[in-house]
Design a protein around this ligand. Structure first.
Ligand code: ATP
Length: 443
């Protein structure tokens, strides 16, 4: 049976307003996606969770560097020369592939995986993934610049500025979330691989010699983070890069991988980038990037441990992991961690009369300053709950006739569908408590 989970998730995302195809009225644009009302909240909640997990530490501060940087940054960083993928074309059907995605057998026989023709693949050539553009009105080589392919370089060239103003001592980290652009040869799998995406990166500056210790430390931290995000542990694993797979800057690298419906794939890269980048920028700019360690009274170039996660890719992971077809109750549920859910509660009058909508409206108004809630009185109560189950809304509050007598309501939990009766006055604290509770995944 072909696994069509991805198709179902893409369709749910469109239907519920998580993600729309970009420029849809013009037929869409390959690999570009727009985030709708629920998608933008989910993405922001993931970003906030990441941001807090980094910057609520005393040794990590934030930065927001510009997307366009001096073109020499990308020469020094090695991206102009080495940020390439090996590209092969099929002479028969014109399909295009990354050579490193093909099996050894296909490469040997030059066989196209698309049309199957033997000997039809071209020799591989290096394709640079950076998007080029021009600064100013004249399109000439001297005004060429690039859309950043990673956010990291903005951190490296600023690291002494940040360290000076924050008076941080090594080891310390700088966190950043922002757009990155790569002219990928084979984008696809919905928002998994796109040409425009957001990265959440934290670069940790350490004393050379301490790098392996900190590398191990961050590996463990990052795995723990995904568990706190509510991802099922059995769907997560580390994959170590072999010597032949290492990026041009890395001494060691592990990927955090998730088992998507299309296989195990990278979610985040953890790299020991050594002093490669700082050394190159120091040489190319002629400016000293040495850190002064006043305790040891010595100067050195720090080593850098990088944790680099994709925000959109994390959102896809969260969606895939949360997607649940509850066959018994004939409903689709997004079992999102309540902390990540775009809407926290739906407030429903049982019927549209007898003064119940007015009470429900008042509850909505009282809760809204504290967390995103919505009011819904359309169709049967069951249908209203199921609509919200699909949007991942963790709680449902129902106002019924008993409410008019004793000022109590029912609070329904999305996954178990359990309902608890409680006073209206206790709702806010109860929902807040459940939002912040440690949430073990019973998926
Ligand atoms: P791959 O080998 O899959 O192309 P990579 O090893 O080049 O990925 P990194 O440079 O380590 O990826 O980027 C760090 C993170 O940024 C990735 O783990 C991923 O989550 C995210 N990312 C990278 N490229 C893309 C993309 N084209 N679309 C969406 N997210 C991406």
């Amino acid at each position: 049976m072909p696994d069509n989970t991805m198709d179902k998730i893409v369709s749910l995302c469109k239907r519920r307003g998580f993600v729309f195809p970009s420029s849809e009225i013009y037929g869409g644009l390959n690999s570009c996606w727009d985030y709708g009302p629920l998608g933008v909240e989910l993405k922001r909640n993931i970003q906030d969770f990441w941001w807090k997990s980094m910057t609520l530490r005393e040794d990590v501060v934030g930065l927001d560097a510009s997307i366009l940087m001096h073109p020499r940054v990308w020469e020094a960083s090695g991206h102009v020369a080495s940020f390439t993928d090996p590209l092969v074309d099929c002479k028969q059907c014109k399909a295009r592939f990354r050579e490193d995605d093909l099996s050894a057998e296909k490469i040997e026989k030059k066989q196209c995986p698309n049309c199957g023709t033997l000997g039809s693949l071209t020799e591989s050539r290096k394709f640079n993934l950076m998007f080029k553009t021009f600064m100013g009105p004249v399109e000439e080589a001297a005004s060429t610049t690039y859309l950043r392919p990673e956010t990291a370089q903005g951190i490296y060239v600023n690291y002494l500025n940040v360290q000076n103003v924050s008076r941080l001592k090594i080891p310390f980290g700088i966190a950043q979330v922002g757009k990155a652009f790569r002219n990928e040869i084979t984008p696809g799998n919905f928002i998994f691989r796109t040409r425009e995406f957001e990265q959440m990166e934290m670069q940790y500056f350490v004393k050379p010699g301490d790098d392996e210790k900190w590398f191990d430390y961050w590996k463990e931290q990052r795995l723990a983070y995904y568990l706190k995000l509510g991802i099922r542990p059995e769907k997560l694993r580390f994959k170590q890069h072999g010597q032949d797979e290492l990026a041009h800057y890395a001494k060691a690298a592990y990927d955090v991988q998730y088992e998507f419906p299309f296989g195990w794939q990278e979610l985040e890269g953890i790299h020991n980038r050594t002093d490669f980048d700082l050394k190159r920028h120091q040489e190319a700019s002629g400016k000293s990037l040495l850190y002064f360690d006043d305790a040891a009274n010595e100067k050195y170039l720090p080593y850098i441990i990088e944790t680099s996660a994709g925000l959109n890719r994390t959102m896809l992971t969260v969606l895939v992991d949360a997607y649940w077809e509850d066959k018994e109750n004939e409903r689709v549920v997004l079992r999102l961690h309540p902390r990540l859910a775009p809407i926290k509660a739906v407030i429903c009058p049982l019927v549209k009369k007898d003064g119940l909508p007015e009470v429900a409206r008042q509850i909505e108004a009282d809760l809204r300053p504290h967390f995103p809630v919505i009011f819904d009185q359309q169709s049967s109560i069951g249908k209203r709950y199921y609509r919200q189950d699909e949007a991942g809304t963790p709680f449902g509050v129902t106002v019924d006739h008993q409410t008019l007598e004793d000022q109590t309501v029912t609070l329904r939990e999305r996954d178990s569908q359990q309902q608890d009766r409680m006073p209206i006055s206790a709702l806010k604290d109860e929902i807040r408590k459940r939002l912040n509770a440690d949430w073990s995944v019973s998926k």
